[in-house]
Design a protein around this ligand. Structure first.
Ligand code: ZN
Length: 73
């Protein structure tokens, strides 16, 4: 199994930054993947802190690409 299979992206099919077109780094994809596959239950937050935000910021241009807010759905 290749690294591309682990990431869930075929070679050349990684998401790119909408601002600078830089391919997402492994760290960025990891954050996104955790968010998509596990949801808020996987985050270690107390009952009084149900709201959390996951941000993915481009490693090249530092802009915010993706934000997921928990507790709003
Ligand atoms: Zn960028």
């Amino acid at each position: 199994m290749s690294e591309e299979d682990i990431d869930g992206f075929a070679p050349g099919a990684r998401p790119i930054c909408v601002f600078c077109n830089a391919p997402w780094t492994d760290d960025m994809i990891t954050v996104y993947d955790i968010d998509a596959s596990h949801g808020p239950g996987s985050y270690d937050v107390g009952p009084e802190n149900q709201q959390a935000t996951v941000d993915i910021t481009c490693s090249t241009c530092k802009r915010l690409i993706y934000r997921k807010e928990y507790g709003s759905w």
